[in-house]
Design a protein around this ligand. Structure first.
Ligand code: GCO
Length: 264
């Protein structure tokens, strides 16, 4: 295999959780453009899933949608069984589904904390457990866990999210430790600050965070969700067959620096 062939995903089946919108949709588009057949998951409504499937189909990709709750082991197990019998064996799993609650820790109800940790961290364990058992039997596969700046950095009001995303980074390393020998490569992508629905409230014109992020990011801008496609294709493809347990930060340089460029 040489040149661009190693990035080719033709014939591969990719399950992307939370791929009805936002970063999940951008990464699924990248995998589709590289040739993968898409299986997308959402849990808010069947209509949202159907709408997303038509977006992928119109883009020219083969896509199927499945509604299930990634935090429920029973739902996940039966959905994975269904997907593999309807569509075929899952070669690539992207654990992308997640939520955020911006509540200072001293005001955070424990129920909200648990919901965030369950959705952003425990779900990756549950879905991977169901999918990777099957990958091991078949001789290999790829898992990509979607981490965050908050896998490395704290920020006021996002304590539960940071705890979950920091945990997801270590879960990625532990999965790599246990599964590399089975030819399952597990890695993470750590998006920086991206212009999505999730960040809309803190991107609003005049919101101090908007100016802060633009000046704190060496690239000088919010990320465009499509900026994640290259990293997703790389970690889903044979090009990363000896890459295990890494987190690839796609952040315009935030983690490389302490401050804004041009500071005296
Ligand atoms: C926040 C943001 C973050 C980003 C992203 C950073 O409030 O700090 O919403 O959580 O969305 O995860 O990588």
């Amino acid at each position: 295999m040489n040149g661009l062939d190693m990035f080719d995903l033709t014939g591969k089946i990719a399950l992307v959780t939370g791929a009805t919108h936002g970063l999940g949709m951008a990464m699924a588009n990248g995998l589709g453009a590289a040739g993968a057949r898409l299986v997308i998951n959402g849990n808010s409504s069947q209509k949202k899933i159907d709408d997303a499937v038509s977006v992928y189909t119109r883009a020219g990709y083969v896509a199927d949608g499945y509604r299930f709750d990634v935090t429920s082991e029973a739902e996940v197990e039966s959905a994975i069984e269904q997907i593999e019998s309807d569509v075929g064996p899952i070669d690539i799993l992207v654990n992308n589904a997640g939520i955020i609650r911006r509540i200072p820790l001293l005001e955070m109800p424990v129920e909200e904390w648990e919901l965030v940790v369950k959705t952003d961290l425990t779900s990756a364990f549950i879905v991977s457990k169901a999918v990777v058992g099957r990958m091991v039997t078949r001789g290999g596969g790829k898992v990509i866990n979607i981490c965050s700046m908050m896998s490395e950095l704290g920020r006021d009001s996002v304590g539960a999210y940071a705890a979950a995303k920091g945990g997801l980074k270590m879960l990625t390393r532990n999965m790599a430790t246990e599964w590399a020998r089975h030819n399952v490569q597990v890695n993470g992508i750590g998006p920086g600050y991206f212009a999505t629905e999730q960040t809309r409230p803190i991107r609003a014109d005049g919101h101090p965070f908007n100016d802060f992020i633009v000046s704190r990011t060496p690239a000088g801008r919010w990320g465009d969700p499509d900026d994640l496609q290259g990293a997703a294709v790389f970690l889903a493809s044979a090009a990363s067959d000896f890459v295990n347990g890494q987190i690839l930060y796609v952040d315009g340089g935030i983690l490389a620096t302490i401050g804004k460029p041009g500071n005296e």
